[in-house]
Design a binder for this molecule. Structure first.
Ligand code: ADP
Ligand code: MG
Length: 380
């Protein structure tokens, strides 16, 4: 079973957030409780194809043992005769965690021999690592060529259920909220969502490229000059398709991006020279809240402002709270994107959303309508 145990560690190798391990438990328990012999594999960090004790999965094995209240054997490597011996010694209902797959350059190279070696350890392959499903690696794609049965685990099933349903048959009205730092990073998502969405709410730094395209002064706000024409094209396309595309009417301005800098709201028609837009303003937050509360499906990707700084986080938090309210009213609320998920967690609202995607890059590619190689390769 390919899991995503790529957990954050502190300097003393303690896991600072075990969410990814906890989220893998349903699939793990299913196999163990059915009497299976479970071989887990994962990557951790970027050891760049070399053995590096700093990136050992041993802390994950310890944490998993605590969570399962059973012994978890930690393998010295992920392939080789020693590992094969340990795997053959497993009894029904026992579990072994292979050492970091990325200690071998063959993993990310999707090497066929390495894939075959991994496959030779087991009989059934389960992929439950959504976060790496957009990469064709040996443990996600290559391995499927050497096993009879390659299936999705519960975590991936859940991702496909929510992200897939939103894109294919959303309950309407379907509102998408798009933010983050760049138009260029979200343009494919926007294009794909345009096929399904009723309303789009725009926030984050990309609003300034839209504003500039419409002829407003934007001070020193982040802008992608090369995307100005694209921004105009998007506005026209929305109009042609009858999609309600909302841009902020007010923004939060500051003279410098720092935790101690002063900031204040201003209408977008009067952004002074030198000022930087760092969040959506209170009027916009209220307008977006109303749109969110009238929706049956809400998909959010990309923070509304530089939420890492508390003074610039109100718009992002406002949207997060509105989504929590919408969930309570029965709407399906979905968060995709690593920073957006972090913002929701920071607001303490993670439990109030229908679904928070576990894969930053993978959920983005899925929302762009791309096929994820690690999922396409599965036969069920
Ligand atoms: P996600 O990971 O949810 O897909 P992105 O990675 O696209 O989101 O964007 C997140 C980043 O966008 C955050 O680090 C945030 O600080 C930045 N950002 C949001 N609004 C602005 C802004 N007005 N100016 C500069 N950066 C911004
Ligand atoms: Mg991000």
């Amino acid at each position: 079973m390919r899991v995503d145990f790529n957990v954050p560690l502190d300097s003393s190798k303690k896991i600072t957030d075990d969410k990814r391990i906890v989220e893998s438990l349903p699939s793990i328990k299913k196999v163990l409780e059915s009497g299976g012999r479970l071989i887990l594999m994962s990557h951790l960090g970027r050891p760049k194809g070399k053995v590096n004790a700093d990136y050992s999965l041993a802390p994950a094995a310890l944490r998993l043992a605590e969570l399962l209240e059973c012994t978890v054997t930690m393998a010295k490597d992920c392939v080789g005769t020693e590992v094969m011996k340990q795997v053959l010694a497993l009894q029904d209902g026992e579990v072994i965690l292979l050492e970091n797959l990325r200690f071998h350059p063959e993993e990310e190279a999707n090497d066929p021999d390495f894939s075959r070696e991994l496959a030779s350890l087991g009989e059934v392959y389960v992929n439950d690592a959504f976060g790496t499903a957009h990469r064709a690696h040996a443990s996600t794609e290559g391995i499927t060529h050497y096993v009879q049965t390659a299936v999705a685990g519960f975590l991936i099933e859940r991702e496909l259920l929510y992200l897939g349903k939103a894109l294919q048959e959303p309950e309407r009205p379907f509102v998408a909220i798009l933010g983050g730092s760049k138009i260029s990073g979200k343009i494919d998502v926007l294009e794909n969502l345009f096929k399904k969405v009723d309303t789009v709410l725009i926030g984050g730094a990309m609003v300034f490229t839209f504003f500039k395209a419409q002829g407003y002064e934007i001070g020193n706000s982040l802008v992608e000059e090369s995307k100005i024409e694209l921004a105009l094209k998007i506005l026209e396309e929305a109009k042609a398709k009858g999609i309600k595309l909302l841009l902020p009417t007010d923004v939060i301005l500051t003279a410098e991006i720092s935790a101690t800098a002063d900031c204040h709201p201003e209408m977008i028609t009067s952004i002074p020279e030198g000022m930087i837009g760092v969040d959506i303003g209170p009027l916009t937050t209220e307008a977006y809240r109303n749109e969110i509360l009238s929706a049956r499906t809400v998909l959010w990707n990309g923070p509304m402002g530089i939420f890492e700084i508390d003074n610039f986080a109100a718009g992002t938090l406002g949207v997060a709270h509105a989504m929590a309210e919408a969930t309570a009213k029965g709407a399906t609320t979905i968060i995709g994107g690593g920073d957006s998920a972090a913002a929701v967690a920071k607001a303490g609202l993670a439990q109030e959303m229908t679904h928070i995607s576990t894969g930053g890059g993978a959920s983005l590619e899925f929302l762009e309508g791309k096929e994820l190689p690690g999922i396409a390769a599965l036969n069920d």
